[in-house]
Ligand binder design. Structure first.
Ligand code: CIR
Length: 260
């Protein structure tokens, strides 16, 4: 089965991005674009078929496409991002997704960012964050539970999204920053904790049997490799200044086309 990765170009107005936990600092736009292209090449090297959507000067955060949809095998759910300025990002992403999956959407007053949804088999852990509200989580449940998914809310503290605090890196293994989310929620999973000197290191992207990972976290990377996992590192220094990480910059899923 081919993996599809949808990405979106870095906006020329990236410097006007939303910021929650970081102070604004100068971003080298040309370098950000180069680093994003290297990330896309890494996805292709790991076997993904790439769909690259255009960016826009009106959408400073559009490169962070993960927040705009939750793609399950059965349906793609367009989100209603918690940051109002990001809501105009959805139509272009929806137009591509509807060629690949039946489409559903989160509606007002619900808000939900894809960065808050950790798909772990038939369990969807969903961050209750500054971006995702209880109504958004309930709507996700109404869409996903009839398909056989269980929705498990997870409060997150001191970080932007659930996937800033915990990501899946192998079939039964999660990478976690236990200061930001309650590790007890993940009973039955093998947990790898981030190195204490790398508090932001829990965001990793599983692609097939490999892990795409930011080069900024060598100590945590060593912990992942010690479990026998293959890690491909990419430099994301510039998008990190916009509070982005490796999961944020793509939507990855198995690419069967929709029937009918
Ligand atoms: C934002 O605040 O929405 C963007 N500057 C960063 C979004 C990062 N997305 C993610 O972690 N899924």
């Amino acid at each position: 089965m081919t993996l599809v990765a949808i990405t979106r170009e870095v906006s020329p107005s990236l410097e006007r991005c939303e910021l929650t936990h970081r102070e604004q600092e100068p971003i080298d736009l040309a370098l950000a674009m180069d680093q994003h292209r290297a990330y896309e090449r890494a996805l292709e090297a790991l076997g993904c078929r790439l769909f690259r959507l255009p960016g826009s000067p009106d959408l400073p955060d559009c490169v962070f496409i993960e927040d705009i949809a939750v793609v399950l095998d059965e349906v793609a759910i367009l989100t209603r991002p918690g940051a109002a300025a990001r809501r105009p990002e959805t139509p272009v992403v929806g137009a591509t997704l509807e060629t690949l999956r039946p489409l559903a959407e989160i509606r007002e007053p619900g808000t939900l960012d894809g960065g808050d949804v950790l798909v772990a088999g038939r369990t969807l852990f969903v961050g209750l964050s500054t971006r995702t509200n209880g109504e958004g989580i309930e709507q996700l449940g109404r869409l996903a539970e009839p398909l056989g998914y269980r929705v498990q809310p997870a409060e997150v503290d001191a970080c932007l999204h659930l996937k800033s605090a915990v990501t899946r890196i192998a079939e039964r293994t999660l990478l976690i920053q236990p200061k930001w989310v309650d590790a007890a929620l993940f009973e039955g999973w093998q947990l790898i904790k981030v190195a204490p000197s790398e508090p932001h290191a829990a965001n990793a992207l599983r692609v097939g049997h490999a892990v795409l990972y930011a080069s900024a976290y060598p100590r945590t990377r060593a912990r992942i490799e010690a479990r026998g996992l293959r890690v491909l590192a990419v430099d994301q220094s510039e998008l990190a200044k916009a509070e982005g990480g490796v999961t944020c910059c793509s939507l990855i899923f198995e690419g069967q086309r929709r029937r009918g």
